[in-house]
Write a protein that binds this ligand. Sequence first.
Ligand SMILES: Cc1cc2nc3c(=O)[nH]c(=O)nc-3n(C[C@H](O)[C@H](O)[C@H](O)COP(=O)(O)OP(=O)(O)OC[C@H]3O[C@@H](n4cnc5c(N)ncnc54)[C@H](O)[C@@H]3O)c2cc1C
Length: 404
Amino acid sequence: MKIGIIGGGLTGLVTAFRLGKRGHQVTIFEAEDKLGGLLATVSIGGERVEKFYHHIFTHDKEIIDLIEELKLSSKLKWHSVSNAVISKGNIYPFSSATDVLKFSQLTLLDRLSLGLLIYKASKIRHEKSLSQTSVKEWVTENAGTKVYELFFRPILLSKFGTEASLISAAWLVNKLKLRASTRKSIFGSEVLGYLDGGFVKITEKLASEIKKIGGKIFLKNQVSKISQSPDGGLRIFTNGKSHTFDRVIVTTSPEILLTLAKKLPPRYVNQLKKIQYKANICLLLQLQRKITPYYWMTITEEGSPFVAMIEHTNMISKQRYGTNLLYLTKYISHRDPLFLSTDDSIKNIFVNYLGKIVPDPPIVRVINDPAALIHKVGRQESLVVCAKPEFDDGSIKGADVGCA
Ligand SMILES: Cc1cc2nc3c(=O)[nH]c(=O)nc-3n(C[C@H](O)[C@H](O)[C@H](O)COP(=O)(O)OP(=O)(O)OC[C@H]3O[C@@H](n4cnc5c(N)ncnc54)[C@H](O)[C@@H]3O)c2cc1C
Protein backbone atom coordinates (compact mmCIF):
# COMPACT_ATOMS: atom_id res chain seq x y z
CA MET A 1 0.00 0.00 0.00
CA LYS A 2 1.21 3.60 -0.68
CA ILE A 3 1.01 5.55 2.56
CA GLY A 4 1.59 9.29 2.98
CA ILE A 5 2.56 10.45 6.48
CA ILE A 6 2.20 14.08 7.47
CA GLY A 7 4.72 15.20 10.11
CA GLY A 8 8.30 14.12 10.69
CA GLY A 9 8.26 14.20 14.49
CA LEU A 10 8.73 11.02 16.50
CA THR A 11 5.20 9.77 15.75
CA GLY A 12 5.56 10.23 11.98
CA LEU A 13 9.01 8.62 11.94
CA VAL A 14 8.01 5.60 14.04
CA THR A 15 4.84 5.16 11.95
CA ALA A 16 6.86 5.21 8.73
CA PHE A 17 9.45 2.81 10.19
CA ARG A 18 6.84 0.27 11.34
CA LEU A 19 4.73 0.41 8.17
CA GLY A 20 7.84 0.37 5.96
CA LYS A 21 9.05 -2.76 7.72
CA ARG A 22 5.71 -4.40 6.91
CA GLY A 23 6.33 -3.75 3.24
CA HIS A 24 4.28 -0.58 2.68
CA GLN A 25 5.64 2.26 0.54
CA VAL A 26 5.92 5.16 2.96
CA THR A 27 6.50 8.87 2.33
CA ILE A 28 6.90 11.48 5.08
CA PHE A 29 6.09 15.15 4.48
CA GLU A 30 7.64 17.47 7.08
CA ALA A 31 7.01 21.22 7.07
CA GLU A 32 10.31 22.19 8.72
CA ASP A 33 13.81 21.85 7.28
CA LYS A 34 14.67 19.25 9.95
CA LEU A 35 13.03 16.14 11.33
CA GLY A 36 12.17 15.77 15.01
CA GLY A 37 9.23 18.12 15.73
CA LEU A 38 9.18 18.72 19.48
CA LEU A 39 12.44 16.81 19.75
CA ALA A 40 14.22 19.46 17.65
CA THR A 41 17.71 20.31 18.90
CA VAL A 42 20.29 23.07 18.97
CA SER A 43 24.04 22.47 18.83
CA ILE A 44 26.10 23.57 21.84
CA GLY A 45 29.83 22.95 22.04
CA GLY A 46 29.50 20.40 19.21
CA GLU A 47 26.83 18.44 21.10
CA ARG A 48 23.10 18.44 20.29
CA VAL A 49 20.57 19.24 23.00
CA GLU A 50 16.77 19.42 22.80
CA LYS A 51 15.10 22.84 22.56
CA PHE A 52 12.50 21.48 24.97
CA TYR A 53 13.81 19.54 27.98
CA HIS A 54 13.46 15.76 27.54
CA HIS A 55 14.14 12.69 29.65
CA ILE A 56 12.54 9.26 29.93
CA PHE A 57 11.19 7.36 32.89
CA THR A 58 12.20 3.81 33.81
CA HIS A 59 8.76 2.45 32.85
CA ASP A 60 8.58 4.21 29.43
CA LYS A 61 8.50 0.76 27.85
CA GLU A 62 7.67 1.75 24.27
CA ILE A 63 10.54 4.19 23.87
CA ILE A 64 12.98 1.89 25.68
CA ASP A 65 11.94 -0.97 23.35
CA LEU A 66 12.34 1.32 20.35
CA ILE A 67 15.84 2.33 21.52
CA GLU A 68 16.71 -1.36 21.74
CA GLU A 69 15.19 -2.13 18.35
CA LEU A 70 17.29 0.68 16.84
CA LYS A 71 20.40 -0.78 18.54
CA LEU A 72 20.93 2.38 20.57
CA SER A 73 20.69 0.76 24.02
CA SER A 74 24.37 1.33 24.75
CA LYS A 75 23.69 5.07 24.54
CA LEU A 76 20.82 5.01 27.02
CA LYS A 77 22.13 6.03 30.44
CA TRP A 78 20.19 6.25 33.68
CA HIS A 79 20.95 9.17 35.96
CA SER A 80 20.04 9.76 39.59
CA VAL A 81 18.61 13.26 39.82
CA SER A 82 17.37 15.39 42.67
CA ASN A 83 14.31 17.61 42.67
CA ALA A 84 13.21 20.68 44.60
CA VAL A 85 10.21 22.91 45.13
CA ILE A 86 10.59 26.67 45.14
CA SER A 87 8.03 28.24 47.42
CA LYS A 88 7.86 31.69 49.02
CA GLY A 89 11.44 32.52 48.09
CA ASN A 90 12.91 29.30 49.49
CA ILE A 91 14.24 26.21 47.71
CA TYR A 92 13.10 22.97 49.37
CA PRO A 93 14.67 19.65 48.37
CA PHE A 94 11.84 17.40 47.17
CA SER A 95 13.38 14.14 46.02
CA SER A 96 12.31 11.64 48.64
CA ALA A 97 9.79 10.88 51.37
CA THR A 98 12.21 12.41 53.88
CA ASP A 99 12.14 15.69 51.93
CA VAL A 100 8.32 15.73 51.96
CA LEU A 101 8.44 15.36 55.74
CA LYS A 102 10.74 18.40 55.94
CA PHE A 103 8.58 20.70 53.76
CA SER A 104 8.08 23.43 56.37
CA GLN A 105 5.37 25.34 54.45
CA LEU A 106 2.99 22.69 55.81
CA THR A 107 2.33 21.55 59.39
CA LEU A 108 3.75 18.15 60.33
CA LEU A 109 0.28 16.62 60.09
CA ASP A 110 -0.26 18.08 56.62
CA ARG A 111 3.19 16.85 55.53
CA LEU A 112 2.23 13.35 56.65
CA SER A 113 -1.05 13.65 54.74
CA LEU A 114 0.86 14.78 51.64
CA GLY A 115 3.27 11.85 51.98
CA LEU A 116 0.37 9.42 52.34
CA LEU A 117 -1.42 10.95 49.35
CA ILE A 118 1.69 10.48 47.18
CA TYR A 119 1.97 6.89 48.40
CA LYS A 120 -1.74 6.26 47.77
CA ALA A 121 -1.46 7.66 44.23
CA SER A 122 1.43 5.29 43.49
CA LYS A 123 -0.86 2.34 44.34
CA ILE A 124 -3.85 3.36 42.17
CA ARG A 125 -4.00 0.97 39.23
CA HIS A 126 -6.68 2.56 37.04
CA GLU A 127 -6.38 6.33 37.39
CA LYS A 128 -8.80 6.89 34.51
CA SER A 129 -11.58 6.12 36.98
CA LEU A 130 -10.72 9.53 38.49
CA SER A 131 -11.08 11.45 35.23
CA GLN A 132 -14.36 13.02 36.34
CA THR A 133 -12.97 14.11 39.72
CA SER A 134 -10.98 17.34 39.92
CA VAL A 135 -7.56 17.52 41.57
CA LYS A 136 -9.06 19.87 44.15
CA GLU A 137 -11.85 17.43 45.06
CA TRP A 138 -9.50 14.46 45.27
CA VAL A 139 -6.66 16.14 47.19
CA THR A 140 -9.01 17.89 49.64
CA GLU A 141 -10.86 14.67 50.33
CA ASN A 142 -7.70 12.60 50.78
CA ALA A 143 -5.22 15.03 52.34
CA GLY A 144 -7.13 18.12 53.43
CA THR A 145 -7.58 21.71 52.27
CA LYS A 146 -4.15 22.98 53.37
CA VAL A 147 -2.31 20.40 51.27
CA TYR A 148 -4.38 21.47 48.27
CA GLU A 149 -4.17 25.23 48.88
CA LEU A 150 -0.50 25.45 49.89
CA PHE A 151 1.00 22.71 47.74
CA PHE A 152 -1.05 21.60 44.72
CA ARG A 153 -3.06 24.74 43.89
CA PRO A 154 -0.01 26.95 43.20
CA ILE A 155 1.46 24.21 41.00
CA LEU A 156 -1.80 23.82 39.08
CA LEU A 157 -2.20 27.58 38.71
CA SER A 158 1.31 28.08 37.44
CA LYS A 159 1.04 25.08 35.11
CA PHE A 160 -2.52 25.45 33.79
CA GLY A 161 -3.59 29.03 34.64
CA THR A 162 -7.30 29.58 34.09
CA GLU A 163 -7.86 25.89 33.29
CA ALA A 164 -6.45 24.80 36.69
CA SER A 165 -9.86 23.92 38.09
CA LEU A 166 -10.56 21.67 35.06
CA ILE A 167 -7.61 19.37 35.65
CA SER A 168 -8.67 15.90 36.62
CA ALA A 169 -7.29 13.82 39.46
CA ALA A 170 -6.43 11.24 36.76
CA TRP A 171 -3.74 13.61 35.45
CA LEU A 172 -2.29 14.19 38.93
CA VAL A 173 -2.31 10.52 39.89
CA ASN A 174 -0.59 9.65 36.62
CA LYS A 175 2.12 12.26 37.28
CA LEU A 176 2.64 11.09 40.88
CA LYS A 177 2.82 7.48 39.70
CA LEU A 178 5.39 8.37 37.05
CA ARG A 179 7.56 10.05 39.64
CA ALA A 180 7.13 7.25 42.20
CA SER A 181 7.96 4.53 39.69
CA THR A 182 11.32 6.12 38.90
CA ARG A 183 12.58 5.63 42.45
CA LYS A 184 14.12 2.45 43.83
CA SER A 185 12.47 3.17 47.19
CA ILE A 186 10.38 6.01 48.62
CA PHE A 187 13.56 7.27 50.33
CA GLY A 188 15.62 7.07 47.13
CA SER A 189 16.14 9.75 44.51
CA GLU A 190 14.58 9.72 41.07
CA VAL A 191 16.27 7.94 38.15
CA LEU A 192 15.79 9.34 34.66
CA GLY A 193 17.04 8.18 31.27
CA TYR A 194 18.83 10.20 28.61
CA LEU A 195 20.62 9.19 25.41
CA ASP A 196 24.30 10.05 25.08
CA GLY A 197 24.30 12.57 22.26
CA GLY A 198 20.63 13.46 22.83
CA PHE A 199 17.33 12.01 21.61
CA VAL A 200 18.23 13.24 18.15
CA LYS A 201 20.07 9.89 17.86
CA ILE A 202 16.65 8.21 17.67
CA THR A 203 15.39 10.63 15.03
CA GLU A 204 18.52 10.18 12.92
CA LYS A 205 18.49 6.38 13.19
CA LEU A 206 14.81 6.17 12.32
CA ALA A 207 15.35 8.40 9.27
CA SER A 208 18.23 6.25 8.03
CA GLU A 209 16.29 2.99 8.63
CA ILE A 210 13.25 4.40 6.78
CA LYS A 211 15.42 5.31 3.79
CA LYS A 212 17.09 1.87 3.86
CA ILE A 213 13.71 0.17 3.47
CA GLY A 214 12.80 2.40 0.53
CA GLY A 215 10.81 5.08 2.37
CA LYS A 216 10.95 8.71 1.23
CA ILE A 217 11.28 11.79 3.42
CA PHE A 218 10.47 15.27 2.11
CA LEU A 219 11.56 18.20 4.28
CA LYS A 220 10.30 21.77 3.81
CA ASN A 221 7.03 20.26 2.56
CA GLN A 222 4.17 21.83 4.45
CA VAL A 223 0.99 20.00 3.50
CA SER A 224 -1.80 22.47 2.78
CA LYS A 225 -4.67 20.14 1.88
CA ILE A 226 -5.80 16.51 1.81
CA SER A 227 -8.59 15.61 -0.55
CA GLN A 228 -10.08 12.58 -2.15
CA SER A 229 -8.74 11.60 -5.55
CA PRO A 230 -11.16 10.40 -8.25
CA ASP A 231 -9.65 6.87 -8.18
CA GLY A 232 -10.58 6.37 -4.48
CA GLY A 233 -7.23 7.26 -2.95
CA LEU A 234 -6.22 10.45 -1.17
CA ARG A 235 -4.28 13.41 -2.49
CA ILE A 236 -1.82 15.45 -0.44
CA PHE A 237 -1.07 18.99 -1.64
CA THR A 238 2.31 20.49 -0.85
CA ASN A 239 4.64 23.02 -2.47
CA GLY A 240 2.31 23.42 -5.46
CA LYS A 241 2.27 19.68 -6.22
CA SER A 242 -0.07 16.85 -5.36
CA HIS A 243 0.82 13.25 -4.40
CA THR A 244 -1.66 10.38 -4.37
CA PHE A 245 -1.74 7.66 -1.71
CA ASP A 246 -3.93 4.73 -0.70
CA ARG A 247 -3.89 5.95 2.89
CA VAL A 248 -2.80 9.11 4.67
CA ILE A 249 -1.75 9.31 8.31
CA VAL A 250 -1.72 12.71 9.97
CA THR A 251 0.59 13.02 12.99
CA THR A 252 0.13 16.75 13.54
CA SER A 253 -2.27 18.09 16.13
CA PRO A 254 -5.95 17.49 15.33
CA GLU A 255 -6.29 21.29 15.01
CA ILE A 256 -4.02 21.17 11.96
CA LEU A 257 -5.80 18.07 10.65
CA LEU A 258 -9.05 20.07 10.65
CA THR A 259 -7.52 22.73 8.43
CA LEU A 260 -6.11 20.11 6.02
CA ALA A 261 -9.08 17.77 5.54
CA LYS A 262 -12.35 19.57 5.05
CA LYS A 263 -14.61 16.57 4.54
CA LEU A 264 -14.21 14.69 7.77
CA PRO A 265 -17.34 13.19 9.32
CA PRO A 266 -19.07 15.82 11.51
CA ARG A 267 -19.06 13.61 14.59
CA TYR A 268 -15.31 13.08 14.29
CA VAL A 269 -14.78 16.83 13.74
CA ASN A 270 -16.73 17.51 16.95
CA GLN A 271 -14.58 15.03 18.87
CA LEU A 272 -11.41 16.70 17.61
CA LYS A 273 -12.70 20.17 18.46
CA LYS A 274 -13.33 19.11 22.05
CA ILE A 275 -9.64 18.51 22.64
CA GLN A 276 -8.26 21.64 24.28
CA TYR A 277 -4.68 22.75 23.87
CA LYS A 278 -2.10 24.61 25.86
CA ALA A 279 0.92 26.34 24.43
CA ASN A 280 4.35 25.97 25.99
CA ILE A 281 7.14 28.48 26.33
CA CYS A 282 10.58 27.03 26.92
CA LEU A 283 13.79 29.06 27.19
CA LEU A 284 17.19 27.41 27.16
CA LEU A 285 19.85 29.43 28.97
CA GLN A 286 23.61 29.03 28.91
CA LEU A 287 25.07 29.65 32.38
CA GLN A 288 28.62 30.28 33.54
CA ARG A 289 28.14 27.94 36.49
CA LYS A 290 25.47 25.80 38.08
CA ILE A 291 22.93 27.72 40.14
CA THR A 292 21.48 24.85 42.20
CA PRO A 293 22.30 21.17 42.79
CA TYR A 294 18.85 20.15 41.47
CA TYR A 295 17.73 18.81 38.08
CA TRP A 296 14.03 19.63 38.33
CA MET A 297 12.61 22.52 40.34
CA THR A 298 8.88 23.10 40.53
CA ILE A 299 7.95 26.72 41.16
CA THR A 300 4.85 27.16 43.31
CA GLU A 301 5.02 30.97 43.52
CA GLU A 302 1.81 32.41 42.05
CA GLY A 303 3.56 35.36 40.34
CA SER A 304 6.20 33.27 38.60
CA PRO A 305 6.16 33.50 34.77
CA PHE A 306 7.59 29.97 34.55
CA VAL A 307 6.48 26.79 36.32
CA ALA A 308 9.67 24.77 36.30
CA MET A 309 13.44 25.28 36.14
CA ILE A 310 15.33 22.31 34.73
CA GLU A 311 19.10 22.37 35.20
CA HIS A 312 19.96 19.94 32.41
CA THR A 313 23.65 19.87 33.36
CA ASN A 314 22.73 18.57 36.80
CA MET A 315 21.64 15.39 34.97
CA ILE A 316 24.13 15.33 32.06
CA SER A 317 27.73 16.38 32.64
CA LYS A 318 28.48 19.94 31.53
CA GLN A 319 31.71 18.61 29.96
CA ARG A 320 29.58 17.39 27.04
CA TYR A 321 28.51 20.93 26.18
CA GLY A 322 31.41 22.88 27.70
CA THR A 323 28.86 24.92 29.61
CA ASN A 324 25.94 24.78 32.07
CA LEU A 325 22.41 24.61 30.69
CA LEU A 326 19.10 25.59 32.25
CA TYR A 327 15.54 25.42 30.86
CA LEU A 328 12.77 27.72 32.08
CA THR A 329 9.34 26.53 31.02
CA LYS A 330 5.67 27.28 31.28
CA TYR A 331 2.46 25.88 29.83
CA ILE A 332 0.19 28.71 28.84
CA SER A 333 -2.98 29.56 26.93
CA HIS A 334 -2.27 30.61 23.35
CA ARG A 335 -4.52 33.61 24.05
CA ASP A 336 -2.48 34.69 27.12
CA PRO A 337 -0.92 38.18 26.69
CA LEU A 338 2.48 36.76 27.72
CA PHE A 339 2.30 34.16 24.95
CA LEU A 340 1.28 36.85 22.45
CA SER A 341 4.07 39.23 23.45
CA THR A 342 7.41 39.44 21.63
CA ASP A 343 10.26 36.96 22.15
CA ASP A 344 12.38 39.75 23.67
CA SER A 345 9.69 40.66 26.15
CA ILE A 346 9.25 36.98 27.18
CA LYS A 347 13.01 36.65 27.61
CA ASN A 348 13.17 39.78 29.80
CA ILE A 349 10.26 38.68 31.97
CA PHE A 350 11.70 35.17 32.50
CA VAL A 351 15.26 36.34 33.10
CA ASN A 352 14.16 39.10 35.51
CA TYR A 353 12.12 36.61 37.53
CA LEU A 354 15.03 34.16 37.62
CA GLY A 355 16.99 36.97 39.31
CA LYS A 356 14.43 36.97 42.12
CA ILE A 357 15.04 33.27 42.76
CA VAL A 358 18.80 33.29 42.20
CA PRO A 359 20.35 36.75 42.65
CA ASP A 360 22.58 37.74 39.70
CA PRO A 361 22.05 34.56 37.68
CA PRO A 362 25.25 33.87 35.71
CA ILE A 363 23.58 33.92 32.28
CA VAL A 364 25.89 33.85 29.28
CA ARG A 365 23.08 33.91 26.71
CA VAL A 366 19.55 32.78 25.94
CA ILE A 367 20.14 30.01 23.42
CA ASN A 368 16.77 29.53 21.76
CA ASP A 369 13.94 31.93 21.24
CA PRO A 370 10.83 31.14 23.21
CA ALA A 371 9.33 28.28 21.30
CA ALA A 372 5.62 27.75 21.08
CA LEU A 373 3.75 24.52 20.71
CA ILE A 374 0.50 22.90 21.55
CA HIS A 375 -0.22 20.44 24.28
CA LYS A 376 -3.44 18.77 25.23
CA VAL A 377 -5.06 19.49 28.55
CA GLY A 378 -8.50 18.68 29.83
CA ARG A 379 -10.53 17.23 32.60
CA GLN A 380 -12.16 14.47 30.62
CA GLU A 381 -10.14 11.51 29.39
CA SER A 382 -7.08 13.61 30.08
CA LEU A 383 -4.75 10.73 29.32
CA VAL A 384 -6.24 9.90 25.93
CA VAL A 385 -4.33 11.53 23.12
CA CYS A 386 -6.67 11.35 20.16
CA ALA A 387 -10.30 11.06 19.24
CA LYS A 388 -11.17 7.94 17.24
CA PRO A 389 -12.31 8.48 13.67
CA GLU A 390 -15.87 7.41 12.89
CA PHE A 391 -16.80 7.16 9.27
CA ASP A 392 -20.53 6.75 9.67
CA ASP A 393 -21.63 9.21 6.98
CA GLY A 394 -19.34 7.83 4.27
CA SER A 395 -18.03 11.29 3.40
CA ILE A 396 -14.48 10.00 2.98
CA LYS A 397 -15.42 6.54 1.77
CA GLY A 398 -12.53 4.33 0.86
CA ALA A 399 -9.96 6.27 2.87
CA ASP A 400 -8.87 6.59 6.45
CA VAL A 401 -7.95 9.99 7.76
CA GLY A 402 -7.33 10.00 11.47
CA CYS A 403 -4.90 10.45 14.31
CA ALA A 404 -1.76 8.38 14.55
C1 LIG B 1 8.21 21.20 26.88
C2 LIG B 1 8.06 19.75 26.53
C3 LIG B 1 8.81 18.79 27.18
C4 LIG B 1 8.64 17.43 26.90
N1 LIG B 1 9.39 16.52 27.58
C5 LIG B 1 9.21 15.21 27.37
C6 LIG B 1 9.95 14.25 28.09
O1 LIG B 1 10.77 14.60 28.94
N2 LIG B 1 9.74 12.93 27.84
C7 LIG B 1 8.81 12.53 26.92
O2 LIG B 1 8.63 11.32 26.73
N3 LIG B 1 8.10 13.42 26.19
C8 LIG B 1 8.27 14.74 26.40
N4 LIG B 1 7.56 15.66 25.68
C9 LIG B 1 6.59 15.15 24.69
C10 LIG B 1 7.29 14.77 23.37
O3 LIG B 1 8.11 15.82 22.91
C11 LIG B 1 6.19 14.53 22.34
O4 LIG B 1 5.28 13.57 22.81
C12 LIG B 1 6.70 14.03 20.99
O5 LIG B 1 7.89 14.67 20.58
C13 LIG B 1 5.57 14.27 20.01
O6 LIG B 1 5.97 13.83 18.73
P1 LIG B 1 4.93 13.93 17.53
O7 LIG B 1 5.61 13.42 16.34
O8 LIG B 1 3.64 13.30 17.92
O9 LIG B 1 4.58 15.47 17.39
P2 LIG B 1 5.53 16.65 16.92
O10 LIG B 1 6.89 16.49 17.47
O11 LIG B 1 4.78 17.91 17.22
O12 LIG B 1 5.63 16.44 15.34
C14 LIG B 1 4.68 16.91 14.45
C15 LIG B 1 5.42 17.31 13.20
O13 LIG B 1 4.46 17.68 12.21
C16 LIG B 1 5.00 18.75 11.47
N5 LIG B 1 3.89 19.45 10.80
C17 LIG B 1 2.91 20.20 11.37
N6 LIG B 1 2.05 20.64 10.42
C18 LIG B 1 2.48 20.13 9.25
C19 LIG B 1 2.02 20.23 7.90
N7 LIG B 1 0.92 20.93 7.57
N8 LIG B 1 2.71 19.58 6.94
C20 LIG B 1 3.84 18.86 7.23
N9 LIG B 1 4.33 18.75 8.49
C21 LIG B 1 3.65 19.37 9.48
C22 LIG B 1 5.69 19.58 12.53
O14 LIG B 1 6.64 20.47 11.95
C23 LIG B 1 6.33 18.51 13.38
O15 LIG B 1 7.64 18.20 12.97
C24 LIG B 1 7.70 17.02 25.93
C25 LIG B 1 6.94 17.97 25.26
C26 LIG B 1 7.12 19.30 25.55
C27 LIG B 1 6.28 20.30 24.87
